[in-house]
Design a binder for this molecule. Sequence first.
Ligand SMILES: Cc1cc2nc3c(=O)[nH]c(=O)nc-3n(C[C@H](O)[C@H](O)[C@H](O)COP(=O)(O)OP(=O)(O)OC[C@H]3O[C@@H](n4cnc5c(N)ncnc54)[C@H](O)[C@@H]3O)c2cc1C
Length: 402
Amino acid sequence: MSALQRDAVVAGAGIGGLTAAVALHRRGWRVTVCERAPGPTAVGAGIVLAPNALRAFDAIGFDVTRAVGRAVPAAMGLRRADGRWLSRADTAALAARYGGPPLAVHRSALADALAAALPEGTIRYGVAVDSVADADGSPVVRTSDGDLGGADLVLAADGIHSPLRRRYFPDHPGLRYSGETAWRTVLPAAEDRAEAVTAETWGRGERFGVVPLADGRTYVYATAVVPEGRRPADVRTELLRRYGTWHDPIPALLELIDPAAVLQHDLYDLAAPLPRFHHGRLAWLGDAAHAMTPNLGQGGCQAIEDAVVLAHLLDRARGTDVPAALAAYSAARCARTDAIRVRARRAGRIAVLTHPVAVAVRDLAVRATPARAAHRAMDALFDGFTLPGDMDSVPAGVGTRW
Ligand SMILES: Cc1cc2nc3c(=O)[nH]c(=O)nc-3n(C[C@H](O)[C@H](O)[C@H](O)COP(=O)(O)OP(=O)(O)OC[C@H]3O[C@@H](n4cnc5c(N)ncnc54)[C@H](O)[C@@H]3O)c2cc1C
């Protein structure tokens, strides 16, 4: 395949797959995105994009605020169920420290904006990637719609249950249930609603998050410790029972819930890190590579970082030595994403404490944490996005097969 006519196939049109498609397209690749679902999958929830993800988007010239119309600063404070603040994030301080505050957007607005940055016909909905075969050194993508022909690069952005991860890492232990489930929904704007501010409220083994979005809607989420797979008979009743006596505006927000619009997902992360994120011309990114619990709000942000670093390294290799660029991508991304996965798991353990004494000690400790210590903890996340400067990290002899 010539260096000028480079073809990439991306499995999955989530945040990671779409960002990778945009990043590659902007560097001259011809991209096909295969999405198993019959239409866009990003529905019914918001997402907070931390400064590291916004910086990664900057690196590919994708301006989130302009692309989605408006994005709301979303510095996350912590509260107790009675409304008392445990820590209050200072949006201006975060913006000064990290070049901008975290931004909250509706997931579908973000997905639409990324899709709009791609040429017409790039995304093929209702097409599942079944396998990737080796045809004389080139990967051939087998889909539910037939073979796609040879590609220079295949990206597995097929999410937390990644079929391609299971296939290529058969000895990997897979996912681990965190013990928590999460409900998410986006509530319509209501004129008489008490002012909602971005915050996460911690109870005993339960959390409730409130994130105002542009246009007056509010993204809310809640978590609780429950056995894996358990679903309430009536989700609205369940949420009112758990959080209906918490501080304002939570009870009023719960009244607005449409049970049919509530998403519920049990929370998992990878039981162990993958040994690498590549195999010849095939690379994993996002949840497929490093599924993590959402306790730090970094899963999507790391998928965005992956996509941008990957496209950057492929560009530096001028598309000619794809396997070597993918090995460099693995070297650049494995340690950072796994450190965040482990940190997110630890943060979850603290957030879900249920014993009253442990909860009281936790809350006291959070209140007593000085702002500068909290900032230091955020630095590794928000300041940690870098574009590798060279290809020196590529181990010798890699990348000779597809
Ligand atoms: C409750 C909750 C809150 C969260 N909040 C945040 C937050 O505030 N900030 C943040 O950064 N992250 C957050 N996350 C994490 C974030 O949602 C994920 O990390 C992110 O969506 C992963 O993106 P992805 O593209 O890797 O995977 P996905 O978004 O899961 O996309 C994978 C896509 O691949 C498709 N697919 C699967 N198999 C195939 C196949 N064989 N062929 C073709 N297509 C296939 C799927 O249909 C899907 O569309 C949160 C997660 C949860 C559960």
